[in-house]
Every structure is written in structure tokens, then in C-alpha cells.
Write a protein that binds this ligand. Structure first.
Ligand SMILES: [Zn+2]
Length: 375
């Protein structure tokens, strides 16, 4: 099969990704997606390594392609999983084209971007050519839940590479992502003292009442001006309305623009004290994606990519993205990371998820030029 770089050729490849449903918790689906990705990478000249899934999650796939030069090379970092449950493609979000928009589960986040990167590699292979630098393509199974099993592998590979290119969805209007906020999760628990709510209410110590104080304190740490938000997104507590509640827990998501803000928020959360001294309070840090900031090296890489894009005929701006990706891990380690260079579209994590077909060719050409020129 030939691999022209037209939008239609790229779209045909994207369809093979989207038609395999692969929500994170469906190990079989994620592994079928890995099978397809492995076969596409093999056709593009890659040697495949496959790490068996852990903790009930899917496999992690690595494809390595030699370059014209010796490494350290380029790590292309994507995820196989989506947030859409199996059946979405036959009900709420079928593959369909409506004018320039093409819809499907995971098409924007981030199967379209993965397919773009593989397509550019396949075009090079068809022409019996190699990328300038060696390329490692890594597709992970668990990004949508914070990459619990992939993070150590991502970090080990990242530091062995010169650049990381992340084909996550671009920002509005096709913007590249040159910085990402950090995302920290916390669990807050309160533990009181039970009592019959009617007979002995005064003897009880309510874990829910204490949590109510803490929720207000935590939410008040939000500072939009500084780009800091704390969201108490889920609470659970108590058993029966006739019992003073003994336990309560709340899940918090904190978004921070940089490392200093992350430290500040963490210290403030860990320093929280119970208002009622008879109620125990515990704050437990959870999964964390560290922020990455636009370093001088990232600025240079962005300017290089932008120059190539201008030669092709478009002019991508850049942004600091609020949401996280695996680029957070590599950027925070100081590895030069350009993120959000996947497809143009909108509606990720919704039933309106789509990409713009007319932007595929120029983005694929950019990937090709990056592979030809980065050294
Ligand atoms: Zn994504």
C-alpha cells in the first residue's frame, strides 16, 4: 500500500485506529489497539518491543527506527487509551464525516495524532529513507488515568532522548503546547466519633461537619489570577441520617502553573488542621503530573517547528495548556518537549469529539519535516 501524504491517505490510517475501541479499563481493547499500532509501526520499519500490561492495564508498545545520525534521538510519545466506553462508536459517536469534520471516539485525543506521526514515518520508509535522528515511538496504555504503570518507562526513555514530540491534540486553532500546568490529586479524610443522632447527639463528633469546614478552606485556595485552582470534585461520608457520621472523604484536583505554586499548594494542604480537635484529619497526596515550563530549549524547538510550518503554509501559535499529558513528565525532567502537535479539532472527552480533515495534510507534512530536520 502506498502512503501518499494527502488528507485522504492520513484519514484512512486514522480510521484504522478509531475503529478499535480502547478505553483504559478494557485491557483486551487496548491490546488490540497495540496490535494494530505494532503492525503499522512494523510497516514503517520499526523494531517492536512490547511490555506486558501490569495492574490489570494494557501493554506498552515501543517501536525503534534507526536514524541517519547516531542518537540520542527523538521520542514520539502517545497513548493508546481513550475515555469512551466500548459501544460508543456504534451508538453516541459513530465514525462519520460532516463537511470538514470527522467524528469518532478518541479521534482527537489522540488517535488522529498518533496516526499522523506513524504516517510520516511510513512515508519515509516507502521512500527507502530514514529520519535524521533515531526515532523511538512509545504508545502507553493508561494516560487517561494518569499513566500509573507507564510513568517509570516514560521517564527512563525520555532522559535517553534529545527531543520528545507529543502528538496530543493541538489547542484552539491548531496551537502547539509549549508548557503545561501541573495537576495534583489529593484525598482528604476526616474521622469523628459516632453517636446516636437522637439520643446522644452531643457525644458525637461529625466527620461531615468537619469536612464542610475543610472544603471551604480548600476551595478558597483557588487564585484565578495566578492560575491556581483547587476543585473538591467528589465527597463521600456518613452511613445513616440517624448516626453522627464517623467518616468522610473528599477528592481534590489542584491545577498549578509552575513548581513554586505546586509546592505552595501542597504545603498549605498538608498543613490543614481540624476545626474540631476531636476529629482527625488526614491529607493524602495522590497521582501527580508535574508542571513543565517553556525553557529556552523548548522555545528553540518551537521556533524551528514554526519555521517549518510557515514553509508548508501555516503558522501555529503556542500555549500553556491547563490539562495534563505525558509531556508533563518529560518536560518536568528537562527533556526538550514539544506537545500538542497532533490533529486540529475539538470536543475531546465528549460525544462531539472530531477533527478537521482539511488540516491533516499540512500537519502530516510538518511531522515529516521534523523527522527530516531535527538533529
Ligand atoms: Zn490525550
Amino acid at each position: 500500500m502506498g502512503h501518499g501524504i494527502s488528507s485522504e491517505a492520513v484519514l484512512e490510517r486514522i480510521r484504522r485506529w478509531v475503529e478499535i475501541e480502547s478505553p483504559t479499563d478494557d485491557t483486551d481493547g487496548v491490546n488490540r489497539m497495540a496490535d494494530e499500532a505494532a503492525s503499522q509501526l512494523t510497516s514503517a520499519g520499526a523494531a517492536i518491543e512490547r511490555l506486558p500490561g501490569r495492574d490489570g492495564l494494557g501493554d506498552l508498545l515501543i517501536g525503534r527506527i534507526p536514524g541517519e545520525l547516531e542518537g540520542p534521538g527523538i521520542l514520539v510519545l502517545g497513548h493508546l487509551d481513550t475515555v469512551h466506553p466500548v459501544g460508543t462508536i456504534s451508538e453516541q459517536l459513530p465514525w462519520r464525516r460532516d463537511g470538514d469534520r470527522v467524528y469518532g471516539p478518541g479521534i482527537y485525543d489522540m488517535k488522529g495524532g498518533n496516526a499522523l506521526a506513524v504516517h510520516a514515518l511510513a512515508v519515509l520508509a516507502d521512500a527507502q529513507r530514514r529520519p535524521r535522528l533515531p526515532v523511538t515511538v512509545m504508545f502507553v496504555p493508561d494516560e487517561e488515568i494518569g499513566s500509573p504503570t507507564s510513568r517509570p518507562v516514560i521517564e527512563t526513555e525520555a532522559v535517553a532522548h534529545k527531543y520528545v514530540l507529543v502528538p496530543e491534540p493541538s489547542g484552539e486553532g491548531g496551537k502547539f503546547t509549549t508548557a503545561r500546568y501541573g495537576i495534583a490529586r489529593y484525598l482528604v479524610r476526616t474521622r469523628g466519633r459516632p453517636a446516636h443522632a437522637g439520643a446522644n447527639h452531643q457525644l458525637g463528633r461529625s466527620a461531615i461537619r468537619e469536612m464542610a469546614h475543610q472544603i471551604l478552606a480548600i476551595e478558597s485556595m483557588t487564585d484565578y489570577g495566578r492560575g491556581i485552582t483547587l476543585n473538591v470534585g467528589n465527597i463521600r461520608g456518613g452511613t445513616h441520617e440517624n448516626v453522627v457520621p464517623i467518616s468522610c472523604e473528599a477528592k481534590i484536583l489542584a491545577l498549578v502553573p509552575d513548581q513554586a505554586a505546586e509546592t505552595e499548594v501542597r504545603e498549605r494542604l498538608l498543613a490543614l488542621k481540624s476545626v474540631d480537635p476531636d476529629v482527625a484529619l488526614e491529607v493524602v497526596p495522590g497521582l501527580f503530573r508535574p508542571p513543565f515550563e517553556m525553557s529556552a530549549e523548548i522555545t528553540r524547538l518551537y521556533e524551528h517547528a514554526r519555521g517549518l510550518a510557515q514553509e508548508i503554509g501555516f503558522d501555529p501559535k503556542h500555549r500553556a495548556a491547563g490539562g495534563g499529558s505525558d509531556g508533563n513528565f518529560t518536560g518536568a525532567l528537562g527533556v526538550t518537549t514539544l506537545d500538542g502537535i497532533g490533529v486540529v479539532g475539538d470536543g475531546h472527552h465528549t460525544f462531539e469529539e472530531h477533527i478537521l480533515a482539511s488540516k491533516l495534510e499540512e500537519r502530516a507534512r510538518l511531522w515529516l519535516r521534523l523527522l527530516e530536520t531535527l538533529e
